[in-house]
Design a binder for this molecule. Structure first.
Ligand SMILES: Nc1ncnc2c1ncn2[C@@H]1O[C@H](COP(=O)(O)OP(=O)(O)OP(=O)(O)O)[C@@H](O)[C@H]1O
Ligand SMILES: [Mg+2]
Length: 262
């Protein structure tokens, strides 16, 4: 169910401290259903901290996180994942010695039911569930154009492909929203283009909104519906990308006039 104001995930007045560092200062964010919401800002601005508060890895000192209008501030990461908040992390999170397909299948583990008895005696219900997950994994493999690579060991793959496998693992958790921390960092322009296309397809074909941290301004301007800019733990601008590109405070604080000549 989508709340009346259209936002699926909301942060309200989040404050977070690490010793003397104020990582987040009264940060609010509202992700609209069916949108791609980019989070930008200089290194150390608080972007990952905010994503970690949304997915439950960090507990803010004050403020609230709402998902589909429910206050989930006290829910732990596995519960948030079960509710439908999927995520990928900064860097590589795949299992290098496993194949692409098996990595994607790990995403289904949190959704397995039946417990030890079902696992030991391989009940018909468990077998049916495994078949359904395997079929869904094949759909994800086709969607991400990983057919040629499904049986390859992930450790042998290029960085871009491994990130794609990680995205497949996140999709296998059946998310209602996907949170991605710098998914394109370290990618070649071609790999970035591919991933940008998949992110747009995730929004358009699956209707899954995406929150992503991204440093490449061309990508942000191309694919996002809304942009939030953080600096020193504070939101300094929020709006559609074309407005952000013209925002004086953003230009001075972060982008540099040359870079926003889009
Ligand atoms: N677990 C932690 N322990 C201590 N300090 C932290 C922790 N996580 C973040 N910080 C601090 O909080 C501030 C915000 O960090 P954060 O990682 O959220 O920034 P970021 O915007 O994601 O930066 P980057 O672009 O470099 O990834 C920084 O000063 C960082 O050092
Ligand atoms: Mg970060």
């Amino acid at each position: 169910m989508t709340p009346a104001n259209g936002s699926i995930l909301e942060a309200r007045d989040l404050c977070l401290r690490f010793g003397a560092v104020e990582a987040l200062r009264s940060v609010s964010l509202a992700v609209q259903a069916g949108s791609i919401h980019a989070l930008i800002g200089p290194n150390g601005a608080g972007k990952s901290s905010l994503l970690n508060c949304l997915s439950g890895f960090y507990r803010p000192w004050s403020g609230a996180v709402l998902f589909q209008d429910e206050d989930i501030s006290t829910a732990r990461p596995p519960m948030r994942s079960t509710l439908g908040i999927g995520r990928t992390f900064q860097g590589i999170q795949t299992y290098p010695s496993m194949t692409a397909r098996d990595n994607i299948l790990t995403g289904f583990h949190s959704r397995m039911s039946g417990g030890v008895f079902a696992a030991l005696f391989r009940t018909p219900a468990l077998i049916r569930q495994e078949e359904a997950f395997t079929a869904r994994a094949e759909e994800i493999i086709a969607f991400l154009e990983l057919e040629q690579d499904r049986h390859r060991v992930v450790g042998d793959m290029s960085y871009g492909l491994r990130k794609r496998v990680d995205l497949g693992r996140a999709l296998a958790t059946d998310p209602k929203i996907l949170i991605m921390d710098e998914p394109m960092a370290g990618m070649s322009p071609e790999e970035k283009g591919d991933l940008a296309r998949f992110i747009l397809d995730i929004r358009d074909h699956f209707g899954i909104p995406v929150v992503l941290v991204e440093h490449d301004m061309d990508v942000v301007m191309d694919i996002s519906d809304r942009v939030t800019v953080l600096e020193f733990g504070e939101v300094i601008a929020e709006g559609p990308p074309e407005r952000i590109a013209d925002d004086e405070r953003v230009i001075t604080a972060y982008l540099g006039a040359a870079e926003v000549a889009v």
